[in-house]
Write a protein that binds this ligand. Structure first.
Ligand code: AMP
Length: 468
């Protein structure tokens, strides 16, 4: 029996294919039937052009419905989908193309979809096993070479089913989709939940506050990165009433500040459900749909996920194993071997701890760990203290070269305040070695497209802070 992900996803499409899949701003809609037909025609064109199972199809385009059609067509044709961030420059793209050697590279989704119209449709998805490759997702790493995480049909099917169940999706849901679709969050996590339940998506090309607030009135679930939530809260038109139709707000891809969680609950009466994932394993843990959603915790491992803390201490690097775990990095067997333990756990690089009942807390990336005067400093602990201070919107704590301590603790803070008074206030709550030696006030922090603060860029920018 084929285990092509396409069959699982299309199996969730509504029986009445005239039902909407995409609800557009301004009132238009595109049906599930239209999506299915276009995917079949594009897949037919792929086959006619000689695309073979396992061939890569790369695409660098702006978000569009045609891009989704091409994604589904790629699965259906048994090829491997390789989405590229639309912000990548030509020289960055060149690296991915040389590395992945795609059969096709699509840069205009609309033209490609239009040019496939009338091609003999591929009626039946090409047979694939669970282990066959479905997609390669290049990690957004800012240092070293970007690595292509290889996700199989089985990996993505398992995660889609687990999330659909965990978050209680049904055909009566309407998903607000404002995420990019070159990343696992918008591409797999969000869309697969919609497809499996055959529900419509309020389809927004990007996050624009007014469009999102408007869209929430006709939606029931939204998935977002933390910056979506801070941007909504900064808009006065985002009221309790504007969110009243919503049953679920989900956040991930970067840490949700406890302050955002609290402000959101105060404004809307709803508790954001935070979950944790990565390109290499899609979603790993989630706060519960029923039960306590706790600010600052990413919840419990999904069913079937084995999670443990490496290193034998209470806090350490999170290691995971499970059905959605990727098969390795594309053409990097040594790198792959380095990042797995002997007993098959993936070493995530995220530092965290786990309560006896299984609940997981993340305290940052291992590479962001600061070693000052021989002591380990976990930035998150200091960030939580700073974020609770008046005048602080958000903070990023980093280690910078220091003549005495090797690394010195520095805080880059969005907000305003008096540096020495704030350092003294930190010292009341933190040991001296953890207390920032300098605080720099800024208007904003550098972030990538998914809202992740780019600490490597901060370390470069402030590298001379302790050098006199
Ligand atoms: P990516 O592969 O680009 O999706 O990045 C994955 C990384 O994002 C993880 O390894 C974490 O460091 C981070 N991440 C994702 N979700 C969360 C979360 N809820 N809290 C903290 N970090 C997160």
């Amino acid at each position: 029996m084929s285990e092509n992900l396409y069959d699982l996803l299309s199996g969730g499409f509504p029986a009445d294919r005239s039902a909407p899949c995409f609800l557009l701003t301004g009132g238009g809609e595109v049906s599930y039937g239209a999506l299915e037909q276009a995917a079949a025609e594009i897949a037919g064109r792929f086959i006619a052009e000689g695309v073979k199972p396992g061939d890569r199809i790369a695409m660098q385009v702006e978000k569009s419905i045609e891009a989704v059609m091409i994604y589904l067509a790629t699965l259906k044709a048994g090829a491997v989908f390789l989405p590229l961030n639309s912000a990548y420059t030509p020289s960055e793209v060149e690296y991915f193309i040389n590395d992945a050697e795609p059969r096709l590279f699509i840069q205009d989704a609309q033209a490609f979809a239009a040019g496939s119209r009338g091609a003999p449709p591929l009626e039946k998805a090409v047979a694939r096993t669970a282990d066959d490759l479905a997609s390669i997702i290049y990690t957004s790493g800012t240092t070293g070479r970007s690595k292509g995480a290889m996700l199989s049909h089985g990996n993505l099917s398992a995660n889609a089913k687990a999330l659909h169940r965990a978050w209680g999706f049904s055909s009566s849901d309407v998903l607000l989709h404002a995420l990019p679709i070159f990343h696992v969050h918008g591409l797999f996590v969000a869309m697969h939940c919609a497809f499996l339940s055959g529900c419509p998506m309020v389809w927004l090309p990007k996050f624009v506050d007014e469009d999102v607030i408007d869209g929430l009135r006709r939606s029931t679930v939204m998935m977002g990165v933390p910056t979506f939530y801070t941007r909504l809260l900064a808009n006065d038109a985002f009221t309790r009433e504007a969110a009243s139709n919503m049953r679920l707000f989900i956040s991930g891809s970067a840490p949700l500040l406890p302050g955002t969680f609290a402000d959101f609950e105060a404004r809307t009466g709803k508790r954001i459900l935070e979950r944790y994932g990565m390109s290499e394993a899609v979603i790993i843990t989630s706060n519960p749909l029923e039960g306590d959603r706790i600010a600052g915790s990413v919840g419990y491992p999904l069913p079937g996920v084995d999670l443990r803390i490496g290193g034998g201490q209470e806090t350490g690097v999170i290691e995971i194993r499970g059905p959605s775990m990727f098969g390795g990095y594309w053409r990097m067997p040594e790198k792959t071997a380095e990042e797995f333990t002997k007993d098959g756990y993936f070493i995530t690089g995220d530092v965290g701890r786990q309560d006896p009942d299984g609940r997981v807390w993340i305290s940052g990336r291992a590479k962001d760990l600061i070693i000052s005067g021989g002591y380990n400093v976990y930035p998150k602990e200091i960030e939580l203290v700073l974020d609770a201070m008046p005048g602080v919107v958000e903070s990023a704590v980093i280690g910078l070269p220091h003549p005495d301590f090797g690394e010195g603790v520095a805080a880059i803070v969005i907000g305003a305040g008096e540096e020495s008074a704030m350092i003294a206030a930190c010292r009341e709550q933190l040991a001296a070695f953890k207390t920032p030696k300098r605080i720099v006030f800024v208007k904003d922090l550098p972030r990538n497209a998914m809202g992740k603060v780019q600490k490597a860029l901060l370390r470069t920018e402030y590298t001379n802070l302790f050098k006199g």
